[in-house]
Write a protein of this length. Sequence first.
Length: 128
Amino acid sequence: MKIGNHLYVAGGGDKLNDSSCKASTEKLDLQKCEDWVGVSDMAERRTHFSSAVFKGFNLISYISEFLERSCTLLIILFIAGCMVVTGGYNGKYLTSCEKYCPNWNEWQPVKPMIHDRAHHAMACLNGE
């Protein structure tokens, strides 16, 4: 994910062993393009998660999914200039969500999703 002049990479793991996934996060300064630098780790190890960057204020992100009764899940996020990760897998499927704020170099919890999920999509609506 790109935030400002930095490219961020979080989590992931060995494709042969998903339970060895990582919580680490690294960034690359796109102006210098020298070395990747470690930043604050996520609270939870995860792979096969979804992430998006929210640049504006009072953004609404709609994540639609057919549930058992064909409902639509609406998630409202009020996060500015942060990277958000949702769900994933670390030996079990996750409901947890976190946001990374580069200004503070910290991950903060976001209210968990109702259902655990991995291999899902997330998008930002009018996030510029």
